[in-house]
Structures are given as structure tokens and as C-alpha cells.
Design a protein around this ligand. Structure first.
Ligand code: KIV
Length: 271
């Protein structure tokens, strides 16, 4: 008799409940099947298929060049690797900031062609009608405020946002608007810890921070950064849990040496 292992999927309702019981939410990015499997087995709550794939996968300086087709490819790969985690996917730049119809169509394509469970959109009141349309279609949406990388050309740099009163006030009203629109969570990126804590306490939906301090309801990091795969990227907020860049170059150097010296493959490694 085979025993079917029943794995309960993390849902957006569960994510909201976690805030209620004070349980922190863990989120990491992934862009491919193998990484998704490993993170899922580790017990991550949310896998974010971030448009940071443009940076860490494709080597672009910003997230702007990644397309909807690229994001669909990455997201479908991650979905195939995740049996428990909620898979959250970024809608890429240019697909949702214009008309409500275009945003809706991009969102529907993402959901239909990938099997993702929810979508993340950057911005506040400016895109609130587009967010409402997507939510009304039955698609859970996570907001993203603070340093929203798709707006990097407006910001001019990747520094901390909302340090000044006016921007902090706008962020607070954007967060409330996203909650009222029906978002199930909000990512807060690179803002002062005090502001992130105040926003988190003012909302009934959870916040997930990156470079936003410990007062958020959860934390997210780009997986390549926390595994030490992105050489020379060490912002203050980043904790590196491994040094895979060094391990990969050491392993590859050893392999090269073994091939060159005919040490690989040996008798046990052939047919
Ligand atoms: O694209 C991404 O990886 C993100 C995280 C930085 C939150 O949006």
C-alpha cells in the first residue's frame, strides 16, 4: 500500500493569519525549478519569482528589461518545483502601469500560463484601479512600496527611500490604499526601520521587509544574495548564509584540473 504524503499548500489566507498570531513570514526569491525544490523542502513560506531575475539571472543593471514571457518561463519553472510554498510572481515593468485592461490581461496570462498563486505589483495609489481590477478577477495581489526598483530611473539611485516626511506620509497612505483595495500583503523595500514598524502596526495585512528592519511581519531576500552567489553585492541589510560564489569557483577549478590531468573520469565513473 502506498502512503500518499499530503502536503498542505501555504495560501494567502494563511499568510494573513500568520500576522494575527505573530508568526513571522519567510520569503526568498527563486527563478528556476531546482532552487524552488530546495527552498520548498527547507520550509519557506513564500517563493517570490522576482523580476530581480533581470539582475541575477540575466545580468542587467536594472529590472526594466525583463519581459512578461521571461517572467512566465521563470515562474512556471518555480511552480513545478514547489509543492508547499505559495508562489508569488512579479508582474514586469510596463505590463501594469498603463491601462486597467493591459494590467488585467498581463495578470491573467501570468496566472493561466504559470500556475502561480499570487502576483506582486510595485506602486501605490497611481495603480490602485489596476490592482482592484486584478483582485476582482480573483487574483491575490501583494503590493510593493519604498524602493520600488522598476522606478529606479525616477529615484536615480538604490538608496534608502522615505527618509523625508513627505515621502514617508505618501508611503503610509499608499499602504492603507493597498490594504483597502484588497492586497493580501505588502513588501516594504529599503525604508527606515521605524517607518516600516509603524506601517506594519497600522495595517491588518502583513508586511514583508527587505532592508526595512525587524518590525515587519516577515522578511524577504534575493536568494542569490543570501547564498553569496552575487559577488561584491553586500548592502548593510544583507545577511549572507553561504559563500556559494567561492564554493562554485573552487569546485570548478578542481574539475578543470581533474579533466586536464585525466584524473576524471576514473574507472568507477565509466561504463
Ligand atoms: O524582484 C525581487 O526580487 C523583489 C524583492 C527584492 C522583494 O521584488
Amino acid at each position: 500500500m502506498s502512503v500518499n504524503k499530503i502536503i498542505k499548500r501555504v495560501t494567502t489566507s494563511l499568510i494573513k493569519e500568520m500576522k494575527g498570531r505573530g508568526e513571522k513570514i519567510s520569503m526568498l526569491t527563486a527563478y528556476d525549478y531546482s532552487m524552488a525544490r530546495a527552498l520548498d523542502e527547507a520550509g519557506i513560506d513564500i517563493i517570490l519569482v522576482g523580476d530581480s531575475a533581470a539582475n541575477v539571472f540575466a545580468g542587467y543593471e536594472t529590472t526594466l528589461p525583463i519581459t512578461l514571457d521571461h517572467m512566465i518561463y521563470h515562474t512556471a519553472s518555480v511552480v513545478r518545483g514547489a509543492t508547499r510554498a505559495l508562489v508569488l510572481a512579479d508582474l514586469p515593468f510596463g505590463e501594469y502601469q498603463g491601462s486597467v485592461e493591459k494590467a488585467y490581461e498581463a495578470a491573467v496570462r501570468m496566472m493561466k500560463e504559470t500556475g502561480a498563486h499570487a502576483l506582486k505589483l510595485e506602486g501605490g495609489v497611481e495603480i490602485i484601479d489596476n490592482i482592484k481590477k486584478i483582485i476582482h478577477a480573483g487574483i491575490p495581489v501583494c503590493g510593493h512600496l519604498g524602493l520600488t526598483p522598476q522606478a529606479i530611473n525616477q529615484f536615480g539611485n538604490f538608496g534608502v527611500r522615505a527618509k523625508e516626511e513627505a515621502e514617508a506620509e505618501k508611503l503610509k497612505s499608499d499602504a492603507l490604499a493597498l490594504q483597502e483595495a484588497g492586497c493580501f500583503a505588502i513588501v516594504l523595500e529599503k525604508i527606515p526601520a521605524k517607518l516600516a514598524e509603524e506601517v506594519s502596526k497600522s495595517l491588518s495585512i502583513p508586511t514583508v521587509g527587505i532592508g526595512a528592519g525587524n518590525g515587519c511581519d516577515g522578511q524577504v531576500l534575493v536568494v542569490n544574495d543570501m547564498l553569496g552567489m552575487t559577488k561584491d553585492f553586500k548592502p548593510k541589510f544583507l545577511r549572507q548564509y553561504a559563500n556559494l560564489y567561492e564554493q562554485i569557483t573552487t569546485a570548478a577549478s578542481q574539475y578543470i584540473a581533474d579533466v586536464k590531468s585525466s584524473e576524471y573520469p576514473n574507472e568507477n565513473e565509466q561504463y
